[in-house]
Write a protein that binds this ligand. Structure first.
Ligand code: AMP
Length: 412
């Protein structure tokens, strides 16, 4: 099914003063592409989900078509600066080879004489994948010597690893300071949707926030407070807001240190004439266990010893009505403990409503990405981010180090 695209994001040139891959003359040149191939592997090292690999294909295909010598690099897992066969990129090389329909040369390190010698023999259009960057301690430390060793391999640097763009590592920041560098197609798309949409939304603009904690979404709320038309809060974080309004929430998740902030931001939103929605009913249980007894109650009547683990059907209906007229929707964070069947209905109902809306719909990475896939509606979302932490930082209006370090575009 084709992806639904109700509206377009802002063009990159209006929102980011960085070179893009199309502005580099890469024919015959060695191009180091930092990708995010941090894919989940099972015990037999088989890839269980290759979406992260697929999402970088446009950049790789473009570089091949332009006649570049394509050097790909990524991290995988947390090997903590040591060689660990459980985190090898060998399975990624194999999958890439199949997806590209051409040979992918895999080298067993990412720096050093042997790698340099193999790179020196590359021809135009050849593709090479380096071994896990995090097998070297210099990667996460953004060590200057390690960055130099990586930079030695190439003429240009292209960053397409959105999922790692919020980290200042040698392969995201260090190398970008040494080589002429640019944004790849995936990174570009992420910036256009996540940054461009918030800067210049088609209205009504609705933000749906959920997940466990208010503390994880403070920056997003602060950034959106004078930009959105409606804010819908569900998930565990809703109960800190409800408690701050003076209601009892039983044993629901409450961040005591966030109570004041929650009340302050709620008042600010209302003062700004933003329509603010909280759950009106909740699915509750005495413990987060499969098979535990559940009840449906109004949010005002959560008994002691019980905790709210999902929004109820009245809230799902209310939230769905609130997004009916939206032209832009950003959704980050599930409405309940959706990983368990008993508490997944609210999140899936919102997933369906978001996907049905005639709006530009953007879903933040991580849990929400998983939720829309499980709900079976991912094809009807305009854009699903590939980054968790990085997408939150962009929504917070922050500059990401991996983007800031890239070469500026000269004013025309
Ligand atoms: P976050 O990383 O902050 O977006 O949180 C995602 C997690 O929040 C998911 O694993 C959910 O299971 C969890 N979550 C959502 N709603 C609740 C809730 N009402 N109580 C406890 N945890 C929740």
């Amino acid at each position: 099914m084709a992806r639904k695209n109700n509206g377009n994001p802002a063009p990159i040139k209006d929102i980011l003063n960085k070179l893009t891959i199309e502005e580099l003359n890469i024919k015959g040149k060695r191009v180091f592409i930092r990708a995010d191939f941090n894919v989940p592997l099972d015990d037999n090292l088989s890839i269980t989900d290759d979406r992260r690999i697929r999402s970088t294909l446009p950049t790789i295909d473009y570089a091949i078509d332009e006649g570049a010598k394509v050097i790909l690099a990524s991290h995988l897992g947390r090997p903590k600066g040591k060689v660990d066969p459980r985190f090898t990129l060998a399975p990624v090389a194999k999958r890439l080879q199949r997806l590209l329909g051409k040979e992918v040369i895999f080298v067993q390190d990412c720096i050093g004489l042997q790698v340099e010698s193999i790179v020196s023999k590359m021809k135009e259009g050849d593709v090479l994948l380096l071994e896990n960057l995090r097998f070297h301690p210099g990667e996460e430390k953004n060590d200057g010597e390690f960055a130099k060793a990586l930079a030695k391999l190439a003429d240009y640097f292209v960053n397409d690893a959105f999922g790692a763009a919020h980290r200042a590592h040698a392969s995201t920041v260090g190398i970008a300071r040494i080589l002429p560098s640019a944004v790849g197609f995936l990174l570009r798309k992420e910036i256009e949707y996540l940054k461009g949409t918030v800067q210049n939304p088609v209205r009504p603009f609705v933000a749906i926030l959920g997940g466990a904690k208010v503390s994880g979404k403070i920056g997003v709320l602060e950034n959106l407070v004078d930009k959105v038309d409606k804010v819908i809060v569900g998930g565990g974080m809703a109960y800190t807001f409800i408690k701050a309004m003076g209601y009892e929430v039983g044993d629901s998740l409450v961040e005591t240190e966030m109570l004041e902030f929650a009340e302050m931001i709620r008042r600010k939103l209302i003062k700004n004439n933003v329509k603010f929605y909280l759950p009106v009913d909740s699915v509750i249980a005495q413990s987060i266990e499969a098979g535990s007894e559940t009840k449906l109650v109004t949010t005002q009547e959560i008994p002691k010893g019980w905790r709210a683990l999902d929004i109820g059907p009245a809230s799902a209906k209310l939230f769905s009505e609130a997004i009916q007229d939206a032209k832009t929707i950003i959704w980050n964070g599930p409405m309940g403990v959706f990983e368990m069947d008993a508490f997944s209905r609210g999140t899936f109902a919102i997933a369906r409503s978001v996907s049905d809306a005639y709006a530009l719909t953007i879903v933040g990475g991580g849990d929400t990405d998983l939720a829309v896939h499980r709900a079976g509606v991912s094809d009807s979302i305009s854009f699903i981010s590939t980054g968790g932490g990085a997408s939150l930082q962009l929504l917070e209006g922050k500059e990401l180090p991996g983007i800031a370090a890239l070469t500026d575009r000269k004013e025309e």
